[in-house]
Write a protein that binds this ligand. Sequence first.
Ligand code: NAI
Length: 330
Amino acid sequence: MLKVAVFSTKKYDQRFLEEANQGRLDLHFFEARLDLDTCPLADKFPVVCTFVNDDLGPEVLLRLFGGGTRMIALRCAGYNNVNFYSVKNLGLVVARVPAYSPLSISEFTIGIMINLTRKIWRAINRAREGNFSLQGLLGFNIAGHTVGVVGSGKIGAAVAEALSGFQCRILLSDPYPNPDLVTKGYDFVSVEQLFRESDLITLHCPLTDTTRHMVNRDSIATMKQDVMIVNTSRGALIDTEAVTEGLKEGKIAGLAIDVYEEEADIFFEDRSDSIIQDDSFTRLLHFPNVIVTGHLAFFTIEAMRAIASQTIDNILAWHNGESPPGLVTP
Ligand code: NAI
């Protein structure tokens, strides 16, 4: 039976993957994140299955190839952690799960957006302490404001559609505007105009060399006073230092992030007993107008089922000599 080394697994990953697999593949679960130290675990495994923060850089890929790995099955949509020069040179096959549940991420995005505009999480914390004061909890309606959605793919489109029930003005920006949204009459503008005119900005584009740090000192300078920014896409779309400055200066009125540019060493583990060494991150955590969640926008039963079944389908297709449905050809 085909052996698959599954990295970065928690109990919930094992549960959904085993359910989807139904004994067709020989799955070996490793809790460890894939990196140079842990990649020997995959020796003699033709398939390696990874998640968002696993290291698929040149050295790891070379080492995996040397150990007999020929296919990488990503349990996620984004593939910014994969070095495709090495993939091509080594002749590896990489498959991903392009759309497992855009609604999971869009619903979560709307959730943290409203948390930000209405300070709900602060009110909940206060109530637990018996504090029912409204001081500092003044919010604003999304209705009547302008929301900028960067990226009009599956998730951005779902966010825009959800926002269309909020009586707000929606601006979208995408080098390849979603034809369905264009037909429906959504307003596509340049990213510069979106940054200039939006009260709330939500990011839904992939992390690439051109989108890295798209929210930076210069772009923040063009944004509205009291802008709020939501990022459920990839951490490095935002320059953390620049956004921290914007928060300190009072230019940015709120930030909600489910992703962080250096999240690999922090997220997906209980760190409540340890001292987090990343000072930029701990600083953000302590701002009263910043919400941080640990990359859970995708984490629903629906998404986990879809991720598991599409991952197994990708591996089985490759094993049968077919092109995996989620083949990545960047
Ligand atoms: P998608 O591929 O359907 O859409 C991405 C869109 O971004 C495309 O329409 C593309 O043309 C557009 N785009 C590319 N460069 C752009 C730029 N410079 N400015 C504006 N738009 C640009 O991807 P999908 O499924 O909508 O996912 C978006 C991102 O969300 C993924 O790349 C991934 O990083 C992130 N994600 C986060 C999750 C989480 O749990 N927090 C879960 C799943 C995805």
